[in-house]
Design a protein around this ligand. Structure first.
Ligand code: DLL
Length: 432
C-alpha cells in the first residue's frame, strides 16, 4: 500500500527531472537568502546557474554539524521568522544543540512523508497509533504524530516514560501500532511481562521504530515479545526529522523519499563517492524544504545504497539500515568497532537479556573495552561455573567477529540504565 503512489512509484527519468528542477530552486533559495551559502558558493566560484545536471551536485560544498553550530540559532534559516511556524532542536548525542525551523508548507510536506513511512509500515486509518516518543524539541514525537493524523489513524500522544501506564493505555485503548525507539520498545516488552499481561491481551499489530541504530536480532526479539511486525524508519532533525526513509513490509531496505532528498554516499575520509553499493557516510541535500534547506549535509551516518528494486513496487532508491555513526565508532586496539556489531552478537545468546552497555576505559596507553551484559536470573543466580561458561562463550564469539579480544561482564538484571528514548550504548570513561 502506498500513501502517494504517483510519487513513490515515479519513473527514474521523471524523478530525475523533478529532482533537478527542485535542486535548482533550492540552490537559488539558499543563495538568495542565506549568507552562509552565498559566501561559500562565491568562494568556490560557483553560482546556482552553473548547476545544469544532477552530476553537478558534486561541485557544491558540504555542510557539517560545525556549520550549524556556528550559525546557531537561526543563521541558516532561509525565510524570515514570520514564516516559521515550528521550531525543533536536537541536543544531539554529541555537542551543542542544533535549531531547525519549518514553514507551514514544510509541516505539510513533513506530515506527508511520515504518512508514507507509516503506510509502508502497515498503518491505515483504521489503526490506533500510540506515540511513545518524548514530545518536545525532539522531532520524533511531533513528526510521527502529524504523519499518523495525516493518514487518518487515531493518535494517542502517550509520550515516553511512565512505562507501566504506557502498557495500561496500550491494553485499554486497544493500540494497534506502537511508535518509539527500538530500545524503548524492548523496555515496554519487558515491562509487559513483569506486569503479568500476556501479549494476547493486547491488540498490537505493527511497530514503527527509529531514531537509533538497532540490529535485526533486536528486531526479532521485539517482534516476538510484542507480537508485531516491526519496521525501521530513519531521519534526522537537520534535514527534516523522521520521514527521510522507511522500510515497507518487505523489509529489504529503507525507501528514500528521493523526490524530496538527494542522497550520496561518500568515503568519510576522502569525501569521494564510494563504489555503488559500498558502505560510507550518507550525505543529504533537501529538495523541498523552505525554512531550513540543507546542501550536501554530512549526516555522519553509515549506510549503503542497495541495488535493484523492491518487490513492493516503489521505485526510489533504498538504503541499508544505518549501522552507526562515524562518531560512535570505537577504535579498539586499532580495529574499528561499532556498538551495533556487538549488539548483533549478544542477541545470539539465550540467557543474556539483550540489555547491554559498552564501557571504554584507558589503562595506561591502552584502551580497554568491557561489554556489560545483563544475564537472566536463572543464569545470574546459578553456579559460578555456568556464568563463567557464558562469559567465555560470548568473549569467543566477539573475538571471532570483531577480530580483537574484549572483556565481558555479566551483571544482574536491571543494573544497567534503561532508555525511554535513545539508548546510550557506550560509556566512555576516557572522557570523564
Ligand atoms: O532521531 C529523527 C527520527 C525520529 C527518526 C523518530 C526516526 C524516528 P535526531 O534526534 O536529530 O532525529 O537524530 C538523528 O539519529 O543522524 C542517526 O544517527 C540516528 N537515527 C535516526 N533514525 C535511525 C535509524 C531523529 N532508523 C540521528 N537507524 C541520525 C539508525 C538512526 N540510526
Amino acid at each position: 500500500m502506498y500513501w502517494e503512489p504517483e510519487k513513490e512509484c515515479l519513473d527514474r527519468e521523471d524523478l530525475e527531472q523533478l529532482q533537478l528542477e527542485r535542486l535548482q530552486s533550492t540552490l537559488n533559495r539558499v543563495y538568495e537568502h542565506v549568507p552562509f551559502y552565498r559566501k561559500k558558493f562565491d568562494a568556490m566560484g560557483i553560482s546556482p546557474e552553473d548547476v545544469g545536471s544532477l552530476a553537478d551536485l558534486a561541485r557544491l560544498p558540504f555542510t557539517t554539524k560545525a556549520d550549524l553550530r556556528e550559525n546557531y540559532p537561526y543563521g541558516l534559516f532561509a525565510v524570515p521568522m514570520r514564516e516559521v511556524v515550528r521550531i525543533h532542536a536536537s541536543s544531539g548525542t554529541t555537542g551543542a544543540a542544533t535549531v531547525v525551523g519549518y514553514t507551514r508548507n514544510d509541516i505539510r510536506t513533513w506530515s506527508n512523508l511520515v504518512a508514507r513511512v507509516l503506510t509502508a509500515g502497515g498503518v491505515t486509518k483504521d489503526d490506533v497509533v500510540q506515540i511513545a516518543f518524548g514530545y518536545g524539541l525532539f522531532t520524533g514525537a511531533f513528526g510521527l504524530h502529524y504523519g499518523a493524523e495525516r493518514v487518518g489513524a487515531s493518535v494517542i500522544p502517550a509520550s515516553s516514560g511512565n512505562t507501566a501506564r504506557q502498557i495500561q493505555i496500550m491494553k485499554d485503548f486497544k493500540t494497534t501500532a506502537i511508535v518509539s525507539t527500538p530500545s524503548y520498545a524492548l523496555l515496554m516488552a519487558d515491562t509487559l511481562r513483569e506486569m503479568g499481561i500476556p501479549v494476547s491481551a493486547l491488540s498490537l499489530r505493527y511497530g514503527l521504530f527509529g531514531a537509533e541504530p538497532w540490529s535485526d536480532a533486536m528486531r526479532k526479539e521485539i517482534e516476538g515479545k510484542l507480537g508485531i511486525v516491526a519496521t525501521d524508519n530513519y531521519g534526522l532533525s537537520e534535514v527534516l526529522g523522521p520521514g527521510v526513509s522507511g522500510e515497507c513490509l518487505e523489509r529489504q531496505g529503507l525507501h528514500i523519499h528521493e523526490d524530496h532528498f538527494l542522497v550520496e554516499v561518500v568515503d568519510p575520509e576522502t569525501l569521494r563517492p564510494v563504489a555503488p553499493g559500498e558502505a560510507g557516510e550518507l550525505v543529504i541535500t533537501t529538495l523541498t524544504k523552505e525554512a531550513f534547506p540543507m546542501i550536501r549535509y554530512r549526516t555522519r551516518d553509515l549506510t549503503r545504497l542497495l541495488p535493484g528494486t523492491c518487490r513492493c513496487g516503489r521505485t526510489g532508491l533504498r538504503m541499508g539500515r544505518v549501522s552507526g555513526r562515524t562518531d560512535d565508532m570505537l577504535i579498539i586496539k586499532g580495529v574499528n568497532v561499532f556498538p551495533s556489531q556487538i549488539e548483533h552478537i549478544l542477541f545470539e545468546f539465550e540467557g543474556t537479556e539483550p540489555h547491554y552497555q559498552i564501557v571504554v576505559d584507558r589503562k595506561g596507553a591502552m584502551d580497554e573495552v568491557t561489554v556489560m551484559v545483563e544475564a537472566a536470573e536463572s543464569i545470574f543466580f546459578d553456579q559460578m561455573r555456568r556464568q563463567k561458561e557464558m562469559v567465555e562463550k560470548i568473549q569467543k564469539r566477539l573475538a571471532q567477529e570483531l577480530g580483537i579480544a574484549v572483556d565481558v561482564r555479566l551483571v544482574e538484571r536491571k543494573t544497567l540504565g534503561r532508555s525511554e528514548g535513545k539508548a546510550k550504548r557506550v560509556v566512555d570513561r576516557r572522557k570523564l
